[in-house]
Design a protein around this ligand. Structure first.
Ligand code: IMP
Ligand code: MG
Length: 184
């Protein structure tokens, strides 16, 4: 954000305005990394970043843990169930056993909470010893189901954001800072 000029970014059909700059993001990530490292380094945790949104956060966070850790990416694949009208989400990518492990889920943002609820349930079924949730952002006003958040970068209002891993219809994940939607 050079000078006082606000640089509006166009992502597909929407305009976005700068919201959280790179320095502020770096501070959030460093604080969270310290907390996670302090609490969990002796647990030999397995880190599970949820693709695609958490790729940038996970990368920066993992570099700052200060201990060698295990990492495995997971992803939700959405598809239309022909039997019912609802959208069914399936979790893919579990390469390792979660049984008896301390599992640290890394998310970009917790919005309604449905994604995290499904993930925690799945990890319980896979007999994880404990599940810890790390998320860079949370939108408490948007929550539909309560989910535990153990480590949080910051709470934000109920506005749509892009950048630093987060997308708008597939675009904008590469933006180095966070932009928020300009409402028309
Ligand atoms: P939830 O299941 O509603 O909690 O949604 C979580 C997922 O929705 C996140 O991991 C993001 O991928 C996506 N999401 C929620 N809010 C935003 C946003 O403001 N911008 C981009 N993606 C979002
Ligand atoms: Mg996500």
């Amino acid at each position: 954000m050079k000078g006082s000029k606000v640089e509006i970014v166009q992502v597909l059909d929407k305009k976005f305005t700068p919201y959280i700059n790179q320095e502020e993001i770096a501070e959030l990530v460093t604080r969270v990394a310290k907390e996670v490292s302090r609490d969990l380094r002796n647990e030999k945790p397995i880190f599970l970043p949820v693709l695609n949104g958490s790729f940038m956060f996970a990368s920066d966070l993992m570099k700052q843990l200060g201990f060698p850790a295990e990492l495995s990416f997971i992803k939700f694949s959405s598809y239309q169930n022909t039997e019912t009208t609802g959208t069914v989400k399936e979790l893919i990518g579990f390469e390792r056993s979660m049984k008896g492990r301390t599992v640290v889920v890394i998310e970009d943002i917790v919005d309604t909470g449905y994604t995290m609820q499904t993930l925690i349930q799945t990890l319980k079924e896979k007999e994880a010893k404990q599940v810890k949730v790390v998320t860079l952002f949370s939108k408490p006003e948007a929550r539909k189901v309560e989910v535990p958040i153990d480590y949080l970068g910051m709470e934000i209002g109920n506005n749509f954001i892009v950048g630093y891993g987060l997308d708008y219809n597939g675009e904008g994940r590469n933006l180095p800072c966070i932009y928020e939607l300009v409402k028309d």
